[in-house]
Design a protein around this ligand. Structure first.
Ligand code: 3SL
Length: 244
């Protein structure tokens, strides 16, 4: 058995295909927030790129059963309940609720590969859990998609792509094939930064953008934790993610 891994930095680079397994990464911070929300008992998360559509869908739910969360440019969207911080999706706020979520890049990436047979959301915090899920599925092809920033490369998502590839190479009994140079460099990036993840996130352009908006120290710490959650956020119907 072989697992072929391909990595794309941003949604626009992905060819129009329906991959068997797609893993979407947005370390800072969408997929970290999604993972924590599910860990804290959110019923499900529905992702949108279009805000009007999000509002129309959310309004159909009882007010006490829904939470609208998201950001544009790192800032909370006006009228929404929450921004996109993984620290804000506490048990008290999200337990049993449907989250309606839209972010600048992460939710776009999730929508781009929504036709995958299996779609997972991954941050550094659930890298091992997602990798073990991939191994258990025994599929030949895995597409890894970063979210970047408005169509451009991001350091932190590539770091996590490298972390995933590295875990699979070390822990999988089958042959793991790195299919493109993007993933080879992500592996090298992981090797370089794996003992200093927090600094890598702060060095990244989006890390600097967040730092310029306020005190995000706790968000950085949370997003840089490795393998601390066993949650695998998986798409269960088009655009809807639940814990698996
Ligand atoms: O772009 C995104 O999807 C967000 O994760 C960006 S932010 O970290 O919330 O600013």
């Amino acid at each position: 058995m072989i697992i072929n891994l391909t990595y794309y930095h941003v949604a626009n680079d992905v060819p129009e295909i329906s991959p068997e397994i797609a893993v979407v990464i947005d370390v800072l911070r969408a997929t970290t927030t999604i993972s924590w929300a599910l860990k804290n008992g959110a019923d499900s998360i529905q992702v949108f790129s279009d805000l009007d559509l999000l509002k129309k869908s959310a309004i159909k739910w009882q007010a006490d059963e829904r939470v609208m969360l998201g950001e544009r440019g790192g800032k909370k969207i006006e009228g929404f309940d929450l921004g996109n911080s993984p620290l804000s999706v506490t048990k008290k706020v999200v337990y049993g609720k449907r989250l309606f979520m839209s972010t600048t890049n992460g939710t776009k990436s999730l929508q781009k590969v929504q036709y995958a047979k299996h779609l997972f959301a991954m941050g550094l915090l659930n890298r091992r859990a997602v990798a073990e899920k991939i191994i258990s599925l025994q599929s030949e092809n895995v597409l890894i998609l970063g979210s970047g920033w408005e169509g451009t490369y991001s350091l932190e998502d590539s770091l996590a792509a490298g972390a995933l590839a590295s875990y699979l190479k070390t822990n999988c009994n089958f042959e793991v094939n790195i299919l493109n140079d993007e993933l080879q460099s992500a592996l090298a990036l992981w090797d370089f930064w794996k003992n200093d993840i927090l600094n890598c996130l702060k060095t990244a352009t989006h890390g600097k953008r967040l730092s310029s908006l306020g005190d995000y120290e706790e968000d950085f710490k949370c997003c840089s934790e490795l393998d601390c959650l066993d949650i695998v956020p998986a798409q269960v119907e088009r655009g809807v993610i639940r814990a698996s």
